[in-house]
Design a protein around this ligand. Structure first.
Ligand SMILES: O=P(O)(O)OC[C@H]1O[C@H](OP(=O)(O)OP(=O)(O)O)[C@H](O)[C@@H]1O
Ligand SMILES: NC(=O)CC[C@H](N)C(=O)O
Ligand code: SF4
Ligand SMILES: [Mg+2]
Length: 473
C-alpha cells in the first residue's frame, strides 16, 4: 500500500442490444472525454458471445494505450472502460483497471471510481479465507467480495452486489461486466457521479455527462445513490440497495470545484454554472478594485468570468496553458507536480505588467501550484496581486478520496490564511467561505460531503487509516 491515498477515476459501461455491434470504439471515445479524471492508466474490457472476454490495459493516456489495433481486437456488444488516477495501490500496470478475474465459470471485470476506506481489513479477511491478490487495489477487494457472496454464499448477482455494498465503507461508482451482463452501481451516499444515457440501441453509463455528448448519446438520468442499474429487454432495470435506517447523501463538493469538466452536469447541477456562481460569490465576499480578473487555467476560468461579470472588471487571459501538459494536481509525485506547473503555465507579460490583477484559482491544496505560479506572475511585474480561491481552505485529507495527501502536506492545515498570504507574497488572499460555496452549488449543505474543509466526514474512518497514513496534530 502506498503512503498517500489518491483518487478519482473515470468509468464507462456500454450495453448494446445489437449483438453484432462492437462497442469498444464508443468506450474509447467516452474515456477520451473523461481523461481529466485519470491520466495514469487506461483499460477496456468487452464481451463477445463467441470469444468471451476481451481485455486490454496499459499505462498512460488513453491515446497512448489504444491504437486501432487494440480497439479492433476488443470485439463485443457489451463492455466497460476505465481511466485511472491511483488512489489505493501504486500507479503500475498490475493495478490498472478494469480489474479482471474468473467468476461463475466465466469472468468478472470491474471499473471502480472511488476509495474503500475499510479495504485493508476486508483484504486481510479474504486472504485468510484463501483468496490471493494480484494487485494491491481496493477494487480487487470488491471483486473477491462479490465472488464470495455469489459462490460461497450462493446469492444471485443482485443479492451479491447488495451484500457486498453492505460491507463497503467509502465511495464507489462501479461498472461491472459479468459474463456479458453490464451492471452499474453507485454508492448509497452518491459520493461519486454516475449517470446513464441512450444512443440508438445502446445504453451508456459514465462518470460524467460529457462522455455522452461525445458519442451523441442522450442523457437519461443520474444513477441514484444506492442504485444498481442493469439492462434487459432494451430497458433500464433498477434495483435499490437496502440503505439502512437513516440514509443520507454526501455528494463530493470537489467535483464541482475542480474535478469534473465544466460541461458536465452532476445530480442536476451544472458544473460550469456552479463555477460562475463561485466567481460571483467571491465578488460578494471580496469586492476588490482592480484592472483585470485573470484565471489560472483551466479549471478556474468560469469563476474568473463570474467575478468579472459581477464586478464589471474586465476578464483577461494573463496565463497561457500549454495544452499538452495534463493536470498537475493528479500527477503522482511532488517533483512531477512542481516541474509541471512551469511547463504548463506561462504569463503574458504585456497583459500583467503594471496592472492591479485579481488572480483566481479554483483551489489551493498542497500549495504547489500557487507557489510556483505566483513566482511566474511576479516576473511579469504586476502592480498589485489579489489572489482569490474558489474552495475554502482544505484542512484535512480526503479518504474517499481525492489525492489530497496527508495533513502535513496541506498548506491550510498548517498555516493561517495570513501566513499563506505572506508566503505567497501577495497584496491580499481571499478564500470563498463554506456557506458561499454551498450557495454556489445550490444543494442543501446536508447533501454534500465537505469533509476536507470541515472535517465532518460522512463515514466512520478505521483507526489505522488515520494512524498509519495520516498525520493528526
Ligand atoms: O495546491 P495544489 O496541490 O497545487 O493543487 C491545486 C491546483 O491543482 C489544480 O490544477 P491542475 O493543474 O491539476 O488542473 P487544471 O489545469 O484543470 O486547473 C487546481 O486547479 C489548482 O490549480
Ligand atoms: N481514482 C480512482 O477512483 C481509483 C480507484 C481505485 N481506488 C484505484 O486506486 O484503482
Ligand atoms: S473529503 Fe473533500 S474531496 Fe473527499 S469526497 Fe469529501 S468533499 Fe470530496
Ligand atoms: Mg488549476
Amino acid at each position: 500500500m502506498q503512503d498517500e491515498l489518491q483518487d478519482k477515476c473515470g468509468v464507462v459501461g456500454i450495453h448494446s442490444e445489437n449483438e453484432s455491434k462492437d462497442v469498444s470504439s464508443f468506450i474509447y471515445y467516452c474515456l477520451f472525454a473523461l481523461q481529466h479524471r485519470g491520466q495514469e492508466s487506461a483499460g477496456i474490457a468487452t464481451y463477445n458471445l463467441d470469444k468471451g472476454l476481451n481485455y486490454y490495459c496499459g499505462m498512460g493516456l488513453i491515446s497512448d494505450v489504444f491504437k486501432d489495433y487494440e480497439i479492433n481486437h476488443l470485439s463485443g456488444n457489451v463492455g466497460i472502460g476505465h481511466v485511472r488516477y491511483s488512489t489505493t495501490g501504486q500507479s503500475k500496470l498490475e493495478n490498472s483497471q478494469p480489474f479482471v478475474t474468473d467468476f461463475d465459470n466465466g469472468f468478472i471485470a470491474m471499473a471502480h471510481n472511488g476509495d474503500i476506506v475499510n479495504s485493508r481489513e476486508l483484504r486481510d479477511e479474504l486472504i485468510e479465507e484463501g483468496y490471493s491478490f494480484k494487485s494491491n487495489t481496493d477494487s480487487e477487494v470488491i471483486c473477491y467480495l462479490l465472488k464470495r457472496e455469489h459462490h460461497d454464499n450462493q446469492k444471485d448477482i443482485l443479492e451479491s452486489i447488495e451484500a457486498v455494498c453492505k460491507q463497503l465503507v467509502g465511495s464507489y461508482a462501479l461498472t461491472i461486466l459479468i459474463n456479458g451482463e453490464l451492471y452499474a452501481v453507485r454508492d448509497p451516499m452518491g459520493m461519486k457521479p454516475l449517470a446513464v444515457a441512450k444512443r440508438k440501441d445502446d445504453f451508456v453509463v459514465a462518470s460524467e455527462t460529457v462522455a455522452f455528448d461525445v458519442i451523441n448519446a442522450k442523457y437519461i438520468r443520474d444513477i441514484e445513490p444506492g442504485e444498481v442499474v442493469y439492462f434487459e429487454n432494451n430497458e433500464i432495470n433498477s434495483y435499490m440497495l437496502d440503505k439502512g435506517e437513516e440514509p443520507y447523501l454526501a455528494h463530493c463538493m470537489f467535483e464541482y470545484v475542480y474535478f469534473a469538466r465544466p460541461d458536465s452536469t452532476i445530480d442536476g447541477v451544472n458544473v460550469y454554472q456552479t463555477r460562475l456562481n463561485i466567481g460571483e460569490q467571491l465578488h460578494k465576499l471580496y469586492p476588490i478594485d482592480a484592472d483585470v480578473v485573470i484565471p489560472v487555467p483551466d479549471s478556474s476560468i468560469p469563476a474568473a468570468i463570474g467575478y468579472s461579470r459581477a464586478s464589471g472588471i474586465p476578464y483577461g487571459e494573463g496565463l497561457i496553458k500549454n495544452r499538452y501538459v495534463g493536470r498537475t494536481f493528479i500527477m503522482p509525485t511532488q517533483e512531477e507536480r512542481e516541474l509541471a506547473v512551469r511547463l504548463k503555465l506561462n504569463p503574458i507579460k504585456e497583459a500583467i505588467k503594471g496592472k492591479r490583477i485579481i488572480l483566481i484559482d479554483d483551489s489551493i491544496v498542497r500549495g504547489t501550484t500557487s507557489q510556483q505560479l505566483l513566482e511566474l506572475v511576479k516576473e511579469a511585474e504586476p502592480k498589485e496581486i489579489h489572489f482569490l480561491v474558489g474552495c475554502p481552505p482544505v484542512i484535512s485529507p480526503c479518504f474517499y478520496g481525492v489525492a489530497m495527501a496527508t495533513k502535513k502536506e496541506l498548506i491550510a492545515a498548517n498555516y493561517s490564511v495570513e501566513e499563506i498570504r505572506e508566503q505567497l507574497d501577495v497584496d491580499s488572499l481571499g478564500y470563498i467561505t463554506l456557506e458561499a460555496l454551498v450557495d454556489a452549488i445550490g444543494m442543501p449543505k446536508e447533501d454534500l460531503c465537505l469533509g476536507c474543509i470541515n472535517e465532518k466526514y460522512p463515514t466512520e474512518l478505521p483507526e489505522d487509516i488515520e494512524a498509519e497514513t495520516y498525520y493528526k496534530p
